[in-house]
Design a protein. Structure first.
Lengths: 246, 337
């Protein structure tokens, strides 16, 4: 197994509060690495550091063997990092099709960036694949803002995946979903791991134990534990911090 | 309908809307040609020249719509580039009476100024962007107003009549019908270039910025570069339109740089229809005609313009073309939706 994404001693502080404090881990190729921890543990901040939305105070982010620490989000994306957001972050006034094409047109030859959109063949092929894979065929012409919450969450993943990233960061993809939708989505994510390395933040502990290859537990900005689901589940420190009792 | 969803071609809503705008502009051109024919038949000068002025200001409105309608950037200082084009053309024409040299100079000047000003203005968003663009234009206006070499508050008069050599024919800038038709063609070319660029992946990134700017970097696009590109494109469109002004009127004045000019362009776009491009053309004609007709009856014509603006915003929030265009879309879209 090789690490696609390595995080070394990553830290950031906001006004004296060390939101992420010396966190290190590695995400193995085509595996699902899940970050868990109570609210305020620094999970989303960690994602923002890795994806370039917030520059870290210290530490390194290595993607595919290249040090990318402190690079802005659009360059991180170009280096192969796709991400979704905890709070649905789509182009609500554009259709499902437009949302996907916008994300997929990054695959197009830059020389075609100033040719009419109808000639973006690569992007259009990719959009068709995504529509099929994420079962959005009946919704293509609908505005993203008019979709149900579950559909929006699915589109959010599809948009993050559109430009064929090597690492996909999913921030609580099943947040607010019904039980049935959650089951479908976790199956979908498990399927995606065949082609892409996944770094996941998830609260639904059932989903976490079910689909993760490796779990990183965070607490108050620090990494508390790391290991296979069965190891983490039985770790006394994790039980104390995360489940509230030892 | 539902059973062939997988095979159904996706209707590109945005491309369809753009085609509808093309139809509206084609109607505009036909109306312009009819108007020119009638004008020539009636040996008119006044209305042909007034209409030419409307077209020139339509170019300024077009530049406002590129920013407001496609990138979500409200510029309150597009007169900076319109006036820049006008002054550069006037200065050049007084030395070298060549149309193409004047246009080339306006193009280069607007590129240089807009890249520099764009780097400043694009550091901020929303209201702050509006204020910075406003401020930049005011600084330029006051500088021109106090520069004797540029005629100061009087402006510059005596811009010579120029021949416009188009290869196949030569149009004189003082020929009412000839210069009207040339300006019509010129503005349609500016429209076509803008419409083309906005219907590319680049244009879609601009729309994405308007819809949800914070999401765009995570898709791999630099919002700073895209916004700057839109700003420069809009500046060039405004400057090239402005460069025609001294050819039509024979003079330039600092008013071309004032807020009234910028503000009128925004009113034009909102009345005509934000994000339609065609609305800039129709809006400019409507506003110019109203100003002239009402202005000939009362000197308080701004009250009427102001009321009209408010009525439009309340009852036609998408502007005239925003109201009409969906019907055209249904007509040419082959019954989709």
């Amino acid at each position: 197994m090789t690490a696609v994404l390595e995080v070394h001693d990553l830290s950031v502080a906001f006004g004296g509060i060390r939101a992420v404090d010396g966190v290190s881990f590695a995400a193995e190729r085509n595996a699902i690495t899940t970050i868990i921890g109570p609210n305020g543990a620094g999970k989303s901040t960690l994602f923002n550091l890795v994806s370039g939305l917030i520059p870290p105070d210290g530490g390194r982010v290595v993607l595919d063997g290249v040090d990318r620490t402190g690079e802005p989000p659009h360059l991180m994306q170009r280096a192969g990092l796709g991400r979704s957001f905890q709070i649905t972050n789509l182009f609500f006034e554009l259709t499902v099709f437009e949302n996907l094409r916008l994300a997929a047109q990054r695959l197009e030859n830059p020389m075609r960036f100033l040719l009419p959109v109808g000639r973006s063949d690569c992007a259009l092929t990719r959009v068709d694949e995504l529509i099929a894979r994420f079962s959005l065929a009946e919704k293509t012409s609908e505005l993203a803002g008019a979709l149900s919450h579950g559909e929006q969450r699915r589109l959010e993943i599809a948009v993050a995946l559109a430009a064929q990233p090597s690492v996909l960061l999913l921030d609580e993809p099943t947040q607010g979903m019904s039980h049935a939708d959650t089951a479908d989505t976790s199956k979908l994510i498990r399927g995606l791991a065949k082609d892409v390395t996944i770094l996941l933040i998830e609260h639904d502990i059932g989903v976490v134990m079910d689909i993760s290859d490796r779990i990183v537990v965070m607490h108050q900005g620090k990494k508390l534990a790391e290991g296979a689901p069965s190891t983490v589940r039985n770790d006394p420190a994790v039980k104390a911090a995360y489940f509230g009792h030892a | 309908m539902r059973d062939n969803v997988t095979a159904a071609p996706v209707v590109d809503r945005l491309a369809l809307a753009m085609r509808a705008s093309h139809v509206l502009v084609a109607i505009f051109v036909v109306a312009g040609l009819v108007f020119a024919t009638v004008g020539v038949a009636m040996k008119d000068t006044f209305f042909l020249r007034l209409a030419t002025e409307a077209l020139i200001f339509a170019g300024l409105a077009l530049s406002v719509d590129i920013l407001l309608g496609y990138s979500g950037l409200l510029s309150l200082g597009q007169a900076l580039y319109f006036g820049l084009g006008a002054y550069v053309a006037a200065v050049v024409l007084k030395e070298i009476p060549s149309f193409w040299v004047a246009m080339g100079a306006a193009l280069v000047a607007s590129l240089v100024v807009s890249i520099l000003a764009g780097l400043i203005a694009n550091r901020v968003r929303g209201v702050y962007f509006a204020l910075v663009t406003f401020g930049l234009a005011q600084v330029a206006a006051k500088a021109v107003y106090n520069t004797r070499a540029l005629g100061a508050s009087d402006g510059m008069i005596g811009v010579p009549i120029v021949p416009i050599d188009l290869g196949v024919a030569t149009v004189m800038s003082n020929s009412p019908a000839g210069f009207f038709l040339f300006t019509l063609a010129f503005i349609v070319v500016l429209y076509a270039i803008s419409a083309y660029l906005l219907d590319t992946p680049f244009g879609r990134v601009l729309l994405a910025i308007r819809a949800n700017e914070r999401r765009v970097p995570s898709l791999g696009y630099s919002t700073r570069n895209a916004r700057l590109a839109a700003y420069v494109l809009a500046a060039v469109v405004a400057a090239l339109s402005g460069a025609l002004y001294p050819m039509l009127r024979g003079f330039v004045s600092p008013e071309l740089l004032f807020f009234t000019t910028s503000g009128n362009a925004v009113i034009t776009v909102v009345t005509g229809g934000v994000g339609t491009l065609a609305g800039a053309l129709y809006g400019s004609v409507i506003l110019t005609v109203l100003k002239s007709v009402i202005g000939s009856m009362t000197e308080h014509h701004l009250i009427v313009i102001g009321l009209l603006f408010m009525v439009t915003v309340i009852f036609l929030p998408k502007g005239l073309m925003g109201f009409i265009r969906p019907s055209i879309e249904r007509l040419i879209g082959g019954g989709s939706r």
